[in-house]
Write a protein that binds this ligand. Structure first.
Ligand code: NAD
Length: 357
């Protein structure tokens, strides 16, 4: 159960018997449920907050052990979206939806038609987008029934370059704040995960003269980084232990946990992965250890800025400006954290909550 009013730690679990109390105490606007007897589709839309604008958030289409697990997923992710949008001043609220994937056979297209009607019934309070298990063709079907879709084939584009640009800005802000360096030349970054974001990040860092150590479960990705960027390769169970200037988690959530926290040898954590802290108290532990944590949902907001731009028709220049502002947002969080002697995760939550209240 989430006992404290935070979001940096959305790995925690909401208690089944009081999820409406959780909704009440954590500022949820509405929870919507839809079942369609004809197709068997079961879906949930959680709208956390619409003070700053309509709630934008992806639609998951994955299997869940039970309905409550799906409700919980939608709720905790919706709240995370409110905080993420607020942290980078987007005119959007936070929402998330889930279509429960059945274990048996089903008609995918019919599910998406029904879901599109469901989204449309909310008259724009919720805008849907891609998430785990949904693909652009699904979004195109949904878009036949509602204009409230931020990911469509016609929009094209991958959010990862925007996310990677934001991570780079965040690393620059953290290095300037913690190490007093305006340049990344010679700064040693250990990157965990060389996927869509991690690989582009490695490329940017290499271009700016950073020294790289990398790990990935894909030997091919590692080989490319070694060949193209002169990176040093280490195994996946060693990357977080590398003595470095910046540890950049770009693979998994909950990487900062009871085991890894004492093994870190870095003054800065700044990477793309969502929900990096296994628990809220890890934010405090990092702070107490003097490790500067670039709060995950702020540093990785470039992807949301990109997705929102399609719906909001933001110009390319403005998108880049909003992404580059991640530097300023994080610097403000770092400075307040130092001034108030509070973890950056707590400061970021407080700033977002102020904007949402
Ligand atoms: P991805 O799936 O393309 O890349 C993840 C990489 O991590 C893969 O190369 C995978 O092989 C590697 N990996 C998996 N387990 C690993 C391990 N134990 N050790 C080292 N490497 C491991 O994902 P992505 O799009 O690059 O996103 C990376 C992270 O950033 C994810 O947590 C994602 O949720 C988050 N994120 C991504 C975006 C985006 O725009 N893509 C936006 C916001 C947040």
């Amino acid at each position: 159960m989430i006992s404290v009013d935070d979001i940096s730690n959305s790995n925690q679990i909401i208690a089944e018997d009081d999820f409406l109390d959780y909704a009440l105490s954590h500022g949820f606007g509405d929870l919507h449920f839809k079942v369609d007897p004809a197709t068997g589709m079961k879906a949930i839309i959680a709208i956390h907050n619409t003070k700053l604008g309509p709630a934008l958030g992806g639609c998951r289409f994955i299997e869940y052990p039970n309905t409550f697990a799906a409700i919980q997923d939608a709720m905790r992710l919706a709240r995370g979206m409110s905080f993420k949008a607020a942290s980078v001043n987007l005119p959007l609220g936070g929402g998330k939806s889930v279509i429960i994937k059945p274990k048996g056979p089903f008609d995918r297209a019919q599910y998406m038609h029904q879901f599109g009607r469901f989204v449309n019934e909310l008259n724009g309070r919720y805008i849907t987008a891609l998430d785990s298990g949904t693909e652009l063709p699904d979004m195109d079907i949904i878009g036949e029934h509602t204009p409230y879709v931020a990911s469509l084939s016609k929009y094209q584009g991958d959010p990862s370059p925007s996310t990677a640009r934001g991570i780079l800005r965040g690393i620059q802000a953290a290095v300037a704040f913690k190490l007093g360096k305006e340049s990344l030349n010679g700064v040693h970054v250990a990157i965990q995960g060389l996927g869509h974001v991690g690989f582009l990040l490695a490329q940017h860092l290499h271009e700016l003269g950073a020294e790289l150590t990398v790990a990935d479960i894909s030997p091919l990705a590692v080989e490319r980084a070694v060949t193209e960027f002169g990176a040093k390769a280490v195994s996946t169970d060693q990357i977080h232990k590398v003595p470095c200037d910046v540890f950049a988690p770009c693979a998994l959530g909950a990487i900062i946990n009871d085991i890894t926290i004492s093994q870190l040898q870095t003054p800065i954590i700044a990477g793309a992965a969502n929900n990096q802290l296994a628990h809220t108290y890890h934010g405090k532990k990092l702070h107490d250890k003097g490790i500067l944590f670039a709060v995950d949902y702020v540093i990785n907001a470039g992807g949301l800025i990109f997705a929102a731009s399609k719906y909001l028709h933001t110009s390319e220049e403005k998108i880049n400006e909003q992404i580059d502002d991640i530097y300023t947002h994080l610097t403000e969080i770092f400075a307040l954290s130092a001034k108030e002697n509070l973890p950056t995760s707590e400061i970021a939550d407080n700033l977002a909550k102020e904007k949402l209240s």
